[in-house]
Write a protein that binds this ligand. Structure first.
Ligand code: ADP
Ligand code: MG
Length: 200
């Protein structure tokens, strides 16, 4: 589903190499490692959001859900339908799914609110719905649980369990219960930087 081979991200003063790995289809893989070990860097490389060296083979469409939700200064609903709109898909086909996702994550009452004026946890849930709404093949979730209360984490767990038959998830989280409830595979990062090898 996702194959990484000789992957390396070059920053100004150091290089960050990643061990070869195959992320399996329809499995939930957790990327583990300490702060600064390269989890976000890996996810951004998989989403093609940063430059890298080496090979990333991806079979399907990917969305990256960032550590801090970035929403437009519009209503929650406008944010959620954005991926549908830009793909020129028929929004009416997605009404039921939007209702369902919003109900599971308990954000239905926020649809007409301005997305900048809701809480951090609520923003994360909106952002997650936006990243799954158009049925991508692979969803990368970068620390989705950070701002969520325990009940919301359980709700997100339920949603991911429902979706994993059609979506492959790669997730970073430090919430042990969330990990225990969902983990199929794990990929560990040791933060094996190679310093001062690059002159740029
Ligand atoms: N654009 C960048 N330029 C230089 N260093 C960076 C950049 N992005 C991340 N880093 C560094 O790379 C390391 C890994 O960062 P990151 O992938 O965000 O870690 P994690 O998500 O595991 O906490 C950190 O030491 C971070 O400071
Ligand atoms: Mg990170």
């Amino acid at each position: 589903m996702i194959e990484i081979k000789n992957l390396k991200v070059l920053f100004k003063t150091f290089a960050m190499p990643f061990e070869d790995y195959n992320f399996k289809k329809n499995r939930v893989t957790f990327v583990k490692g300490r702060n600064g070990s390269g989890k976000t860097t890996l996810l951004k490389s998989l989403a093609n959001l940063i430059e890298y060296e080496g090979v990333i083979n991806i079979d399907g469409e990917v969305t990256y859900n960032s550590q801090e939700a970035v929403l437009f200064n519009r209503s929650v609903y406008e944010n959620i339908i954005y991926p549908i709109k830009i793909r020129n898909l028929d929004i009416s086909q997605y009404t039921k799914t939007i209702d369902y996702y919003c109900k599971v994550l308990d954000i239905s009452h926020l649809l007409t609110n301005n997305a900048h004026k809701i809480s951090s946890g609520e923003k994360m849930k909106v952002s997650i719905v936006r990243s799954i709404i158009f049925n991508p093949d692979i969803v990368l979730l970068d620390e989705p649980t950070t701002h969520l209360d325990l009940e919301s984490i359980d709700e997100l767990t339920i949603l991911i369990k429902k979706l994993k038959d059609k979506i492959t998830f790669v997730i970073v989280s430090h919430n042990q219960k969330f990990i225990d409830d969902l983990l199929d595979e794990e990929y560990h990062l040791g933060g094996n930087y190679v310093f001062s090898k690059i002159n740029r």
